[in-house]
Design a protein. Sequence first.
Length: 342
Amino acid sequence: MNRYIQNIKSGKNLLRDLFALTAILIFILSIVLQLTKTQFLQLVLIVICTILVALIILRQRRNEELEAIKNVINAIRTNKISSPDEINLNKNLVGIQEEIKAMFLRTKSDIENLKKLERIRTEFLGNVSHELRTPIFAIQGFIETLLDGALNDPKVNKTFLEKANHHTQNLNHLLNDLIDISMIESGEMRMSFRYFNMKEFLDPIINECKHEAEHKGIELIVNPFKDKLQLFGDRNKLKQVFINLIQNAIKYTERGKVEIIVEEEEKTGKIIIRDTGIGIAPEDQERIFERFYRVDKDRSREVGGTGLGLAIVKHIVEAHGSKVEVNSETGKGSEFWFRLKK
């Protein structure tokens, strides 16, 4: 469009220059040909009429071109055009035609993205409401039961209080995860990158997760790797990644083992968390990193979790310039891995 406007401006400049050049040529011809006053006026009149006719033709063509452009733009605005192939201007407007097509595609893409964001926002609000409602209603139910007389019954009061406390903890985890993912996606979460010793980093994480594994009779194994291996990243955020992945592996493994593997490569360290659990179906593997997406909703609620853990893992790993990958087979286990710079 800008190019077309520039062409109109350059056309005006050309006409101005043409008038000046014509005046000079008429003056020179009148001297060379020794024209009489009458002949000179006739020549001027002929030239002026020719230029006027040319101007009228040029203006008419420009008006037709502008009208064609206006019609195309109005058709786009009123959604009468659904494909860039429907945008056709004459051969003199090939450049502006391509620009309008590019503008149409950008606008269409922006609209689709806005619709997608609106759909995601609606789904997110719905999921948050549902996830908050579950523990709140449970806590409310236990408290009401206690107030109705169960508080004085030693056989049930402690049990109900423990259950209420459990749901309170779940609610707290959910709120913390919501805050984390909100800060990550808004770019407000600050990262502190530095080198750290992988063994010193991993040992306390394994100790934290070992009790849960032992409770289920699952073997938690850390494969040997170089004690002095140094990797680069934000220790606190990476701790969140490791705990999420290891705890998920333990939750969805009924028997067997969970392995943590650190493979030293030339420029990176490859981190692998492998389990012998229930696995993930192929159609679910592409979506497990979405917020609140659950492979098996009934099973997920049974083992706990907020549905945000893998989404947080994805964002933190990507903030480290890496990507978390998954390889899984139903009934045979899952393997999550990503790389960190050395």
